[in-house]
Design a protein around this ligand. Sequence first.
Ligand SMILES: [Zn+2]
Length: 186
Amino acid sequence: MPPTYIIQKSRRRSISVSVMTDNRVLVKAPYGISERTVQEFLLSKKDWIAKHLEKQNQEAAKADSLGLLSQDEIKQIKKRARKIIPQRVEYWAKQIGVTYGRIAIRLQSSRWGSCAQSGNLNFNCLLVIMPEEIMDSVVVHELCHRKHMNHSKAFYEEIDRVFPDYKRCDKWLKDNGGVYLKRVEK
Ligand SMILES: [Zn+2]
Protein backbone atom coordinates (compact mmCIF):
# COMPACT_ATOMS: atom_id res chain seq x y z
CA MET A 1 0.00 0.00 0.00
CA PRO A 2 1.42 3.43 -0.86
CA PRO A 3 2.18 5.58 2.18
CA THR A 4 -0.10 8.48 3.09
CA TYR A 5 1.60 11.72 2.22
CA ILE A 6 1.14 15.42 2.20
CA ILE A 7 1.83 17.32 -0.95
CA GLN A 8 3.32 20.77 -1.36
CA LYS A 9 2.86 22.21 -4.83
CA SER A 10 4.94 25.02 -6.18
CA ARG A 11 6.45 26.35 -9.38
CA ARG A 12 9.14 23.70 -9.36
CA ARG A 13 9.89 21.37 -12.21
CA SER A 14 10.73 18.15 -10.48
CA ILE A 15 9.12 15.96 -7.88
CA SER A 16 10.83 14.98 -4.65
CA VAL A 17 10.01 13.08 -1.52
CA SER A 18 11.28 13.36 2.05
CA VAL A 19 10.38 11.87 5.39
CA MET A 20 9.70 14.48 8.05
CA THR A 21 10.74 14.11 11.67
CA ASP A 22 7.13 13.31 12.64
CA ASN A 23 7.16 10.40 10.13
CA ARG A 24 4.91 12.08 7.60
CA VAL A 25 5.93 11.72 3.99
CA LEU A 26 6.24 15.02 2.20
CA VAL A 27 6.02 15.24 -1.58
CA LYS A 28 7.10 18.41 -3.32
CA ALA A 29 5.77 18.67 -6.82
CA PRO A 30 4.98 21.11 -9.61
CA TYR A 31 1.49 22.59 -9.99
CA GLY A 32 -0.77 20.51 -12.20
CA ILE A 33 0.80 17.17 -11.41
CA SER A 34 -1.63 14.26 -11.57
CA GLU A 35 -2.46 12.06 -8.63
CA ARG A 36 -1.39 9.09 -10.72
CA THR A 37 2.09 10.52 -11.35
CA VAL A 38 2.50 11.12 -7.62
CA GLN A 39 1.43 7.56 -6.83
CA GLU A 40 3.83 6.13 -9.39
CA PHE A 41 6.64 8.25 -8.04
CA LEU A 42 5.92 7.15 -4.47
CA LEU A 43 5.85 3.54 -5.57
CA SER A 44 9.28 3.90 -7.17
CA LYS A 45 10.58 5.35 -3.88
CA LYS A 46 8.84 2.77 -1.71
CA ASP A 47 12.03 1.11 -0.41
CA TRP A 48 13.77 4.41 0.26
CA ILE A 49 10.76 5.69 2.24
CA ALA A 50 10.50 2.44 4.23
CA LYS A 51 14.19 2.58 5.08
CA HIS A 52 13.92 6.15 6.35
CA LEU A 53 10.79 5.47 8.39
CA GLU A 54 12.52 2.45 9.90
CA LYS A 55 15.57 4.55 10.81
CA GLN A 56 13.41 7.22 12.43
CA ASN A 57 11.49 4.64 14.43
CA GLN A 58 14.73 3.13 15.69
CA GLU A 59 15.99 6.57 16.66
CA ALA A 60 12.74 7.34 18.46
CA ALA A 61 12.94 4.05 20.38
CA LYS A 62 16.52 4.74 21.41
CA ALA A 63 15.71 8.32 22.40
CA ASP A 64 12.76 7.01 24.43
CA SER A 65 14.97 4.59 26.31
CA LEU A 66 17.46 7.37 27.08
CA GLY A 67 14.67 9.76 28.01
CA LEU A 68 14.09 13.40 27.23
CA LEU A 69 16.76 15.81 28.39
CA SER A 70 15.55 17.74 31.43
CA GLN A 71 15.51 21.53 31.54
CA ASP A 72 18.36 21.38 34.00
CA GLU A 73 20.45 19.10 31.77
CA ILE A 74 19.84 21.42 28.83
CA LYS A 75 20.95 24.40 30.92
CA GLN A 76 24.21 22.63 31.78
CA ILE A 77 24.75 21.58 28.16
CA LYS A 78 24.25 25.16 26.93
CA LYS A 79 26.64 26.49 29.53
CA ARG A 80 29.32 24.02 28.52
CA ALA A 81 28.72 24.55 24.81
CA ARG A 82 29.03 28.34 25.14
CA LYS A 83 32.42 27.85 26.73
CA ILE A 84 33.83 25.11 24.51
CA ILE A 85 32.47 25.74 21.01
CA PRO A 86 33.91 29.29 20.71
CA GLN A 87 37.32 27.85 21.66
CA ARG A 88 37.05 25.22 18.92
CA VAL A 89 35.95 27.90 16.44
CA GLU A 90 38.96 30.04 17.31
CA TYR A 91 41.33 27.09 16.95
CA TRP A 92 39.95 25.87 13.61
CA ALA A 93 39.58 29.35 12.13
CA LYS A 94 43.35 29.72 12.53
CA GLN A 95 44.00 26.35 10.90
CA ILE A 96 41.75 27.17 7.96
CA GLY A 97 42.84 30.81 7.76
CA VAL A 98 39.46 32.53 7.96
CA THR A 99 37.74 35.17 10.07
CA TYR A 100 34.24 34.99 11.49
CA GLY A 101 31.59 37.15 13.13
CA ARG A 102 29.39 36.45 16.11
CA ILE A 103 28.84 32.94 17.42
CA ALA A 104 25.33 31.94 18.53
CA ILE A 105 24.85 28.70 20.42
CA ARG A 106 21.33 27.46 20.89
CA LEU A 107 19.31 24.35 21.35
CA GLN A 108 17.90 23.43 17.97
CA SER A 109 15.75 20.51 16.98
CA SER A 110 16.76 20.15 13.37
CA ARG A 111 20.20 21.44 12.47
CA TRP A 112 23.78 21.33 13.74
CA GLY A 113 25.27 24.51 12.47
CA SER A 114 25.10 27.26 9.92
CA CYS A 115 27.21 30.06 8.56
CA ALA A 116 25.72 33.32 7.33
CA GLN A 117 27.09 35.45 4.53
CA SER A 118 28.08 37.98 7.21
CA GLY A 119 30.35 35.40 8.87
CA ASN A 120 28.07 34.91 11.85
CA LEU A 121 28.03 31.33 13.01
CA ASN A 122 25.30 29.33 14.62
CA PHE A 123 25.75 26.00 16.43
CA ASN A 124 23.52 23.52 18.17
CA CYS A 125 24.55 23.16 21.82
CA LEU A 126 23.96 19.38 21.64
CA LEU A 127 27.25 19.07 19.75
CA VAL A 128 29.04 19.40 23.04
CA ILE A 129 27.69 16.08 24.33
CA MET A 130 28.95 14.21 21.26
CA PRO A 131 32.45 12.84 20.73
CA GLU A 132 34.82 15.77 20.38
CA GLU A 133 35.81 15.05 16.78
CA ILE A 134 32.14 15.16 15.74
CA MET A 135 31.73 18.64 17.22
CA ASP A 136 34.98 19.66 15.50
CA SER A 137 33.78 18.33 12.15
CA VAL A 138 30.71 20.62 12.29
CA VAL A 139 32.85 23.61 13.31
CA VAL A 140 35.22 22.92 10.41
CA HIS A 141 32.31 22.52 7.99
CA GLU A 142 30.83 25.90 8.91
CA LEU A 143 34.18 27.68 8.90
CA CYS A 144 35.03 26.31 5.46
CA HIS A 145 31.91 28.11 4.25
CA ARG A 146 33.92 31.27 4.91
CA LYS A 147 35.95 30.23 1.85
CA HIS A 148 33.20 28.61 -0.19
CA MET A 149 29.56 29.57 0.41
CA ASN A 150 28.38 26.30 -1.17
CA HIS A 151 28.88 22.55 -1.04
CA SER A 152 31.11 22.36 -4.09
CA LYS A 153 34.03 20.02 -4.68
CA ALA A 154 36.41 22.83 -3.70
CA PHE A 155 34.54 23.22 -0.40
CA TYR A 156 34.99 19.56 0.50
CA GLU A 157 38.62 19.64 -0.61
CA GLU A 158 39.20 22.49 1.81
CA ILE A 159 37.61 20.47 4.61
CA ASP A 160 39.73 17.46 3.67
CA ARG A 161 42.90 19.52 3.82
CA VAL A 162 42.43 20.48 7.47
CA PHE A 163 40.23 17.64 8.69
CA PRO A 164 40.89 14.32 6.88
CA ASP A 165 38.51 12.42 9.19
CA TYR A 166 35.53 14.47 7.98
CA LYS A 167 33.68 11.80 6.00
CA ARG A 168 33.58 9.38 8.90
CA CYS A 169 32.40 12.09 11.30
CA ASP A 170 29.74 13.28 8.89
CA LYS A 171 28.43 9.73 8.54
CA TRP A 172 28.46 9.31 12.31
CA LEU A 173 26.37 12.44 12.65
CA LYS A 174 23.89 11.25 10.02
CA ASP A 175 23.62 7.86 11.72
CA ASN A 176 23.51 9.03 15.34
CA GLY A 177 22.50 12.68 15.37
CA GLY A 178 18.78 11.95 15.12
CA VAL A 179 18.76 10.28 18.53
CA TYR A 180 20.19 13.43 20.13
CA LEU A 181 17.61 15.63 18.43
CA LYS A 182 14.77 13.37 19.50
CA ARG A 183 15.75 13.73 23.17
CA VAL A 184 14.68 17.36 23.02
CA GLU A 185 11.06 18.16 23.72
CA LYS A 186 9.44 19.80 20.72
ZN1 LIG B 1 27.21 23.52 4.68
